[in-house]
Design a protein around this ligand. Sequence first.
Ligand code: UD1
Length: 416
Amino acid sequence: MDKIIINGGKKLSGIVRISGSKNSALPILFASLLTDEPVIIKNVPSLADINTTIAFLNFIGKPAVKIGNTVKIDKSEKYKHIAPYDLVRKMRASVLIMGPLLARLRKVSVSLPGGCAIGARPIDIHLDAFKKLGADIEVKKGFVHTSSKGLIGNTIKFRFPSVGATENILLASVLAKGKTKILNAAKEPEIEDLTNFLNAMGAKVNGAGTSIIVIDGVEKLHGAAYEVISDRIEAATYLIAAAITKGEIVLENANPTHIKAVIDKLKKSGMMIETSSAAIKAKWTKPLKPQNISTAVYPGYPTDVQAQWMALMALTKGKSEIKETVFENRFMHAAELLRLGANLKIEGQSVFATGVESLSGAPVMASDLRAGAALVLACLAAKGKSVISRVYHLDRGYEFLEKKFKKLGADIKRQR
Ligand code: UD1
């Protein structure tokens, strides 16, 4: 298994281009199942989850290929309606196959995704909503079998604004009969991106980006060409890299409004941040002050940037509280940060950090994608050599990670 080796302690400086959003590209690729016509998706990052999705589309019957950062999906006719465990276990987002296939084939069987390092992650909100659209659901032998005689629009109120459930119901209802209203919908930028793509295919969706989304079902969708938005979580990670290494980094192809919550915290802590419509500059000029965070749904502080903030607070003099409210068990990185010399105390939903003067390199292990990112940041700042194992987690979400950090001046390499 690959490892990442970092000799830390270098100030990072320079320009980094932010890749296309993984969390937008995944539902958009699954949305291609809603039409038989060709689809072209641009600005798709080269990541393990994207490869899994392309393999998935091909398995289902969509001839999809990725050339550079463009995915071309050819016209298609016949589809399978089963998503086996081997594909679903690799990536939880595979459950997004349900919406489009239920709409098009009227039945779909998906292996139930298990829990993961960050919690149990049930899909009850997705399933309850499919029932409201008229689907029958049966869970048997590890599979969810879903069928319907034709989906019919309805008003659905989510008990929590789940990102995945909002996407799955959007994907199902664009071809349902009549009007669907999602109340308490997720407002994340990825929802708006998916909606823009669906509308480009001829769907009638309004209100994305607010908590009420209204979908007027149409008979058929057509092919489209579309460009995915940039990855706000990758962008936030590089901004924190500038802060933790006392450097100066300019992000290109980054949308500052999508990570306002992170930018505000960085500014409050003392980082100099300048933004324009598609670029963000972060410069360290003075020792930072600790800042508490509490994760929340968009536009709140993103849970996907909680681990990276913890790494920064571990090295910021003073005390801070990092509170996780979205996932139940998302502090696996804390124990690894302790191995680098951090002073952190876990108490229920919070981690209390007391910033230390310096961290020192050590062998550490990535337990999930964003925990891995936090370790990379901490190791970039730590004195001496660190070896990060279970790098496959990072390969799910950070395109050209070593290459980008190397260009910014980091001493980082991959050992195969
Ligand atoms: C998506 C993102 C992930 C991000 C998360 C929250 C993708 C591919 N992944 O994940 O990176 O961390 O949003 O911003 O876009 N829940 C239920 N029942 C459900 C669905 C969710 O209880 O049916 C709970 C989950 O266990 C979790 C919380 O709701 O505690 C948030 O989940 P959700 O918003 O659905 O996240 P994902 O779509 O899985």
